[in-house]
Ligand binder design. Structure first.
Ligand code: NDP
Length: 301
């Protein structure tokens, strides 16, 4: 094809379609677990306070959990709930055999210590993969629970690229929930990994060398399209809500999408890229957790 006629030459990595397939696989796994072992994976989601975005996430999580045939347990707590009360709830969920995965929706109100709450979740039930034991297992090559968003990114990258050995991967952002676990996962794929952050000098030059770019910053269009190497694969984790002149909002990513698509071989859109994968992987992690706790093989579908 003459690329001169097509300014947007990159393939779009369709996270929505990817997530729909993964959800179907999870539902098939759940059906097998029910029939073979009478095991119904259960996910408990704890929501504290009234944050509207968190309410939407939690509603979607519950809907998706039920649609996959799993048990969904929702706990809504008042914004002024004490840390002690929340810790008691987590302890009860840790001890409940019907609950295989526990997710405490972040952010928590300021008076609650997030780290203390995450640490209170049993690592086997920590389907978000945020517990320090799970980060340690990921860093040392052990078998823990892997955070959903980076795991979803690596699944899409594997499907797109297959063997990633020796590729230069640049991750922009070094948070505990996205950037750092993403770096570990790309190292496991034998990439040469560079992590960039707010103190990185000449970010453009760092990104230009990347065969794989993962942007997880939270700054709209920070990564310019002209920085993208010809033929690179771009994963945009960023979700930024921008107000339009008419007062409505729209979502954009951390990558200057239209310009990047002229250089990349493949790119995830925002919305419809990484976002939908996160919930699908959460369901997958819940199945994995349930199988491990029950001591049964995870069904292959
Ligand atoms: P954090 O705010 O925790 O981390 C942001 C990172 O970006 C930090 O490491 C920071 O560097 C770095 N950074 C900030 N400014 C710059 C800059 N100018 N140049 C280079 N690096 C910079 O964010 P998260 O990792 O939690 O989230 C990142 C984005 O991903 C957000 O938009 C969030 O909404 C989205 N997200 C999407 C999810 C999904 O399901 N699709 C799930 C989770 C997050 P430093 O460490 O030096 O401060």
């Amino acid at each position: 094809m003459d690329e001169g006629f097509n300014p947007m030459s990159a393939d779009i990595i369709d996270g929505k379609a990817f997530a729909a397939n993964l959800k179907q696989d999870v539902a098939a796994q759940v059906a097998i677990l029910k029939e073979k072992y009478d095991l119904v994976p259960g996910l408990a989601v704890v929501l504290v306070g009234e944050d509207p975005a968190s309410h939407i996430y939690v509603r979607n999580k519950n809907k998706s959990t039920a649609a996959a045939g799993m048990n969904s347990f929702e706990h809504r707590l008042e914004p002024d709930v004490s840390e002690a009360e929340l810790l008691t709830l987590v302890k009860n969920l840790n001890e409940d055999p019907a609950v295989h995965g526990i997710l405490v929706q972040l952010p928590l109100p300021k008076h609650i210590n997030e780290a203390a709450v995450i640490d209170a979740i049993s690592p086997e039930k920590d389907v978000d993969g945020f517990h320090v034991i799970n980060s340690g297992l990921l860093a040392t090559g052990g078998r823990g629970m892997v955070p959903c968003t980076p795991l979803g990114c690596i699944m899409m990258l594997r499907a797109r690229l297959g063997d990633m050995s020796g590729l230069n991967a640049v991750i922009v952002g070094r948070s505990n929930i996205v950037g750092k676990p993403m770096a570990q996962l790309l190292l496991n794929e034998n990439c040469t990994v560079t992590m960039a952050h707010s103190r990185t000098r000449d970010l453009a030059d760092v990104v230009r060398r990347a065969d794989i770019v993962v942007a997880a910053v939270g700054v709209p269009e920070l990564v310019k399209g002209s920085w993208i190497k010809q033929g690179a694969t771009v994963i945009d984790v960023g979700i930024n809500r921008i107000e339009k002149p008419d007062g409505k909002t729209r979502l954009i990513g951390d990558v200057e999408y239209a310009e990047a698509a002229k250089h990349a071989a493949a790119i995830t859109p925002v919305p419809g890229g990484v976002g939908p994968m996160t919930i699908a992987v959460l369901l997958k992690n819940t199945v994995t957790a349930a199988c491990r706790q029950a001591g049964v093989e995870e069904p292959q579908v």
